[in-house]
Design a protein around this ligand. Structure first.
Ligand SMILES: Cc1cc2nc3c(=O)[nH]c(=O)nc-3n(C[C@H](O)[C@H](O)[C@H](O)COP(=O)(O)O)c2cc1C
Length: 453
């Protein structure tokens, strides 16, 4: 085995994989040697690439992904097969696929666990994406503060190339794909696909207006598919196990599983894989995080939203249900709060992250996030202006109407959902200077990030 974390999983110690859940992508972490392609193939790996190039052909691969109804795990849930088909249909001599492992929310553990614990699974998905779309270049874009992930991915690329599973004339066919690993910045906006494409091409990493979509004109002006690292791992899993096996878990509109990071007021924060469509209460129970005192869950990171405890048995963890209640799959994090957590301070914490991470290109985002933070500060200091509550809602609406990217559109989410469900906490702060939770400090999420993160 390569360097082990001490718990036998071979991944960084701050990535705790919780015992419960439905393990698919996580199942081989700790069982295989992440630094050995032989170990991956012994566990069935690269059967998907072999089947793709020797039997299915590009259309057959896309058909299989379509039958699985795989939706992108990078937050928006866009159908993966549609993206691959669009890129395939675009005529060009040069096409590119990008694995997005920028993990713009540093508290999210899913992609890092995959990259460190089973890098060939992500790479196999990327090779499949290249084959299906007709791409001859593939880039793995990964946060530069994940040294072990970078090392494992580089080793995996070298091993797969030596084994003729990547590189020139894959498995003796006429399909070739050159794979490289690119170390990106830790800025949140660099995870947004058009900003990532800009950064990859050497420009400042800022989003651009779509259309044209990257599948038409992306990196170096060529058709480009940007796919989240977990999505690619699922694609490899599907080609290795079948679309029918994939849809055996999950809901009708969101089949399969999802890696979810549970943190906050829980006994043990960590990573759990759950079937999509699991009610939030069930998700907490799978993660061993059930507590009578839970007040609300902040689902989706800085662009997510709060779901109050009373709805946890009816709100399912899937793209559409979460969107309907003002939350989102987003970064794949679920932050648990309890009675001692101030909802206003927590909303302010998330808004402050968005304000700091805004790239500055869109003025309503750069200024809007700051004005929202200032307004919350007035409320927290019991010095509100008469129209502050109207201002919060108006500004949020304008930001979502004018958004250049989803950072701006979604930044007000934690504030809007807490305003909806915990109006009493806002009013108590504004009108009486009282914190109903007893303390205005936001949750301390830093322990999960770890010192070497
Ligand atoms: C501010 C912002 C940050 C994002 N960060 C990430 C990220 O870290 N990783 C990721 O895969 N997608 C991220 N996305 C979504 C990407 O733009 C894109 O939708 C995704 O990579 C597509 O992959 P998927 O279809 O597999 O989900 C982000 C979007 C926004 C607006």
């Amino acid at each position: 085995m390569t360097q082990a974390a001490g718990d036998g999983t071979g991944i960084s110690p701050q990535i705790r994989i919780l015992a419960g859940g439905e393990k698919r992508l996580l199942t081989d972490i700790g069982r295989i040697d992440p630094g050995s392609i032989a170990s991956y193939t012994e566990h069935g790996g690269y059967a998907g690439v072999t089947r793709a190039v020797e039997q299915l052909g590009p259309e057959g691969v896309i058909d299989e992904i379509e039958r699985a109804r795989l939706r992108g795990r990078g937050g928006s849930g866009y159908p993966t097969a549609d993206k691959w088909r669009a890129a395939r249909a675009t005529a060009a001599d040069r096409k590119i696929v990008v694995a997005n492992l920028m993990s713009s929310d540093p508290t999210a553990l899913g992609e890092r666990a995959l990259a460190e614990g089973n890098p060939h699974l992500v790479l196999e998905g990327l090779i499949l994406a290249a084959f299906a779309t007709g791409a001859s270049e593939a880039v793995i874009a990964v946060r530069r503060d994940w040294p072990l992930a970078i090392e494992r991915l580089r080793t995996a690329v070298a091993e797969a190339t030596a084994a003729r599973l990547a590189g020139y004339l894959v498995l003796g066919t006429d399909f070739s794909v050159q794979v490289s690993v690119w170390e990106g910045s830790t800025s949140m906006v660099h995870g947004e696909e058009t900003a990532l494409i800009a950064a990859l091409s050497g420009d400042r990493g800022m989003p651009v207006i779509r259309p044209p979509y990257p599948t038409e004109r992306g990196l170096h002006g060529q058709p480009t598919v940007v796919q989240n690292g977990e999505t690619l791992a699922h694609a490899a899993w599907i080609l290795n196990h079948s679309a029918e096996a994939f849809t055996g878990a999950g809901s009708e509109s969101s089949p399969g599983t999802k890696l979810v990071t549970v943190l906050g007021k829980v006994a043990e924060p960590g990573l759990v894989e759950v079937a999509m469509g699991t009610p939030l209460l069930g998700l907490l129970s799978e993660a061993g995080a059930m507590r009578g005192s839970t007040k609300a869950l902040f689902v989706g990171g800085p662009g997510g939203g709060a779901v109050e405890a009373g709805s946890l048995d009816t709100v399912a963890y899937d793209f559409d249900t979460l969107a309907a209640v003002g939350a989102t799959v987003g970064s794949g994090t679920v932050l648990v709060t309890d009675g001692a957590t101030c909802m206003v301070a927590t909303a302010r914490f998330f808004l402050d992250v968005s304000a700091r991470e805004a790239c500055g290109k869109a003025v309503p985002c750069r200024i809007g996030t700051l004005r929202l933070v200032e307004t919350l500060d007035r409320i927290l200091a019991a010095t509100p202006r008469p129209n502050d509550f109207t201002l919060l809602r108006e500004l949020a609406r304008k930001m979502s109407d004018t958004a250049l990217c989803h950072l701006e559109a979604r930044a007000p989410g934690p504030m809007l959902t807490t305003l909806e469900h915990f109006d009493d906490e806002y009013r108590a702060h504004a009108e009486r200077g009282v914190c109903l939770a007893g303390a205005c400090a936001p949750l301390d999420v830093m322990p999960l990030i770890g010192s070497d993160a």
